[in-house]
Every structure is written in structure tokens, then in C-alpha cells.
Design a protein. Structure first.
Length: 288
């Protein structure tokens, strides 16, 4: 059976037997790879620390019948140590790799790999607020997967914006005529931040007030989980306390991000037009 080599990001690991691990990775050329790393849990393992979550490696695999076997691993990006040392970065990175794992179930391309590597590198260097880096990653990853949100023109009719009604199920902002009753309304500042997160305009994102970023995070969470068709287990644990949002509370335990997400996601979608329109999908994807 043939050997092959590829650059990979470690997404998660599972114990196997007494000393082995099953390592799930997103690779540059081969999509998602599940492989056995033999003896990796032993103290004397030659590449144990390189096959931890958030690490980027150049690995060689032996192709097996069900699971491949890792035979070599050389470190390309040692982001794990810096990320796990910062709880905010760790929780954001956990949500990123879970999203990458979900999106690569059927297929994964080079863009998804490069996007994830760039996001983990940014987290390890503390270039931006971790939650903002996560939000930008989620919007871009969903766009690459074919669910590009619209924050300007109507996602249903294409009518030029700006529009304030946001409907997750229809792919973003919609014109008043296409918006179902009770649709959440987003202010211009929140829509501007969402567009900047998608485009990578970090000057605008970093200068935004935390209340606006908090509202945008709720929208991003609702959008990503709706199109993934199930919740991200790590997303509720993302730490945003380093920069608490200045929003009024409504009782103990109030979470403005979760509240925004619930309000946006709970809006029913109106009947779709008869013509062949596929809301929520847009051609073209942002660069990583």
C-alpha cells in the first residue's frame, strides 16, 4: 500500500488502546484524514507533541484499509502552546476546529485549509480579539462552503441595500417586502461590522465598540449553526469576558450573544418565490 505526504492541521485526537491515538486532521491536498499515531502517548514518542490540536504539521502516512497510519510528522506551525495558554484563544480555536471538522465531512478544499491555518496563526499571535477572529473565520468558512451571507443587497430579490431585516434562513439581509413578520432588525453599525468581518477589514473591526461586536457575534453564531444544521458544542463556551460588552442585563445570567442568536434563528422563513432561486447561497468566496 502506498505512502503519501501532506500538510495538515490537527483538529482533534482520541485515545486508542494503551499508547496510540486516532488523529483527525484537515489536510492541504487530501481533505480530512483520520489516521492512527502509534505509540504517541508514550513519553519517548518521537512526534507526540506535534500531533496535538491546533498544530500544523508536514506528515507522512501509510495508507491502510480503514485508518491510515502516521509514520512521520514535522512541525510547520507550533500554534498549540500559545493558544492553550490563553483561555479566550483556546475556546475560539476549539470552535474553529469543530467547524472545520463539520464542514469537511463531505469535502474540503485548499481554501478551507488555508483559512483555518491563518486563523490559528492569528490567534497564537494575539493579533485581534479572539472572539472577533472566530466570527471572521466562521463567516468566511461558511462562504467558502457555499453559504455566503449578504449584509447589503437583499438575499432573496437582489434589491440593492442597505436593508435592516436579517433572516438567517434566507441568507442574510432581506428587503422589507421579503421579510417575514417579526424579523430581527440590525442597525447600520452591526451590519458594517459583519461586512468587515467577512471582508477582513480589521481596522474597522478593531475600532468597533464592544456592544456592536457582541450583537454581531450573536448573528454570526445563529447563521453558522443554522447552515451546519446542528449546534456547535464548543461555541457556548467561547470566552468573551476579556472584553465584556456594555449592554443592559435582564436578570442574572443574561447572555446578549446567546439572546441575539436565539432571536435571529427563531424567525420563520416566508414562502419562497416560484422561480428557481436558491437563497442563502452566493457565488464567490473571500480569500483567506
Amino acid at each position: 500500500m502506498p505512502l503519501y505526504r501532506d500538510e495538515c492541521v490537527v483538529l482533534r485526537t482520541h485515545k486508542l488502546g494503551e499508547a496510540d491515538r486516532i488523529v483527525t486532521m484537515l489536510s492541504r491536498q487530501h481533505g480530512k484524514i483520520r489516521a492512527v499515531a502509534k505509540g504517541v502517548r508514550r513519553t519517548a514518542s518521537k512526534f507526540g507533541s506535534r500531533l496535538e490540536p491546533f498544530m500544523v504539521v508536514d506528515a507522512q502516512f501509510y495508507e491502510g484499509r480503514s485508518l491510515d497510519i502516521v509514520t512521520q510528522a514535522e512541525s510547520l506551525g507550533s500554534y498549540g502552546a500559545q493558544i492553550v495558554a490563553d483561555y479566550s484563544a483556546y475556546t475560539a480555536a476549539s470552535a474553529m476546529v469543530e467547524t472545520a471538522d463539520r464542514l469537511s465531512e463531505a469535502d474540503a478544499g485548499l481554501q478551507q485549509y488555508l483559512l483555518l491555518v491563518g486563523a490559528l496563526r492569528s490567534l497564537s499571535r494575539s493579533e485581534h480579539v479572539p472572539s472577533a477572529t472566530l466570527d471572521s473565520y466562521l463567516l468566511r468558512a461558511m462562504s467558502i462552503a457555499g453559504w455566503a451571507p449578504s449584509f447589503s443587497d437583499c438575499a432573496v430579490t437582489g434589491e440593492p441595500g442597505p436593508h435592516s431585516a436579517f433572516v438567517v434562513q434566507l441568507g442574510g439581509v432581506v428587503a422589507d417586502g421579503a421579510a417575514p413578520p417579526g424579523s430581527p432588525r440590525l442597525d447600520f453599525a452591526t451590519l458594517s461590522i459583519l461586512g468587515s468581518l467577512l471582508a477582513g477589514d480589521w481596522a474597522t473591526v478593531d475600532s468597533a465598540d464592544e456592544r456592536t461586536r457582541s450583537r454581531a457575534s450573536g448573528v454570526v453564531a445563529a447563521y453558522a449553526q443554522w447552515h451546519l444544521e446542528r449546534s456547535l458544542k464548543s461555541l457556548p463556551h467561547v470566552d468573551r469576558t476579556e472584553h465584556p460588552a456594555a449592554v443592559p442585563t435582564h436578570g442574572p445570567g443574561h447572555d446578549p450573544v446567546a439572546a441575539t442568536a436565539r432571536a435571529v434563528a427563531a424567525t420563520p422563513a416566508p414562502p419562497l418565490p416560484d422561480h428557481d432561486l436558491e437563497p442563502g447561497r452566493a457565488e464567490g468566496t473571500p480569500t483567506a
